[in-house]
Design a protein around this ligand. Structure first.
Ligand SMILES: [Ca+2]
Length: 251
């Protein structure tokens, strides 16, 4: 797979907890039961100013006001996820910490060191009019279901606004090639047609040998996805031939 896949957009559904209580660390883990949390879609907000994306889910202050709001959502990774670059574009007022499957992945507007419920954001966002674009590590991704958990922190306990919205994109810049595989040859009176499954962005080289040890390249094919066909002159009198296919990263 090559290209960019949208995993989450700003209006995706999240579970959220705005109870104003310290949830410790378990809330960010994959298996945490968030069934009792409310559901909504971004942007989440307590904000009178206009924002660069649609406001969908109003939040409400407790008394005293929350320092931290918690959010969780799921996204799906396709099976060839090991060559992915994750980018997240966010509207955050004021700071946030991101976790992928329970492991911290990024911070926005938060200082280094341990972060607790009462930890204040180190930056002040007047109005969340600028997107924070960050890269997230792919090290903790799994094929299939993944959990993105985000805690949003206020800069001050009397802050009058909070905004959260996040999108997530995966760029597949380099895929692991599928194993080269030759299909059963077909023969007509002039050619042997050898076909192989191919993949975009890779050279497909067909080698020939008479003894399985001395291999020589015979054909190179740069065809895009689908089947690559190698047409070999059919010369019945020349004896047996062995063929193998190699897949080479064309970059
Ligand atoms: Ca704020």
């Amino acid at each position: 797979m090559v290209g960019v896949l949208e995993l989450l957009n700003l209006t995706n559904q999240w579970k959220y907890n705005q109870a104003g209580i310290d949830l410790g660390t378990s809330w960010r883990t994959t298996n945490y039961n968030d069934a009792a949390w409310a559901s909504g879609r971004g942007l989440f907000y307590i904000e009178t100013a206009s924002l660069p994306a649609a406001k969908h889910t109003p939040l409400a202050f407790t008394n005293p006001r929350q320092t931290t709001f918690y959010f969780r959502t799921h996204f799906q990774m396709p099976s060839n996820a090991n060559a992915v670059v994750l980018t997240s574009s966010n509207l955050i007022d004021d700071g946030a910490v991101f976790y992928i499957n329970g492991m911290e992945a990024a911070r926005i507007g938060m200082s280094n060191g341990p972060v607790f419920y009462a930890t204040l954001a180190e930056r002040t966002v007047d109005n969340a009019t600028n997107f924070d674009v960050i890269k997230l590590p792919n090290t903790n991704l799994v094929v299939g279901d993944n959990v993105l958990a985000v805690e949003v922190h206020q800069h001050a306990t009397d802050s009058t606004d909070i905004v959260f919205g996040a999108s997530l994109h995966a760029a597949f810049t380099r895929q692991v090639p599928m194993r080269p595989r030759l299909k059963t040859p077909t023969i007509n009176e002039n050619f042997v047609h050898l076909t192989a499954l191919s993949e975009s962005g890779y050279l497909h080289v067909l080698d020939v040998s008479t003894n399985l040890s001395n291999w020589a390249p015979l054909r190179t094919n740069t065809a895009l996805t689908g089947e690559v066909q190698f047409d070999l002159p059919f010369i019945p009198s020349t004896g047996g031939r062995f063929y193998r296919m190699r897949v080479i990263d064309a970059d």
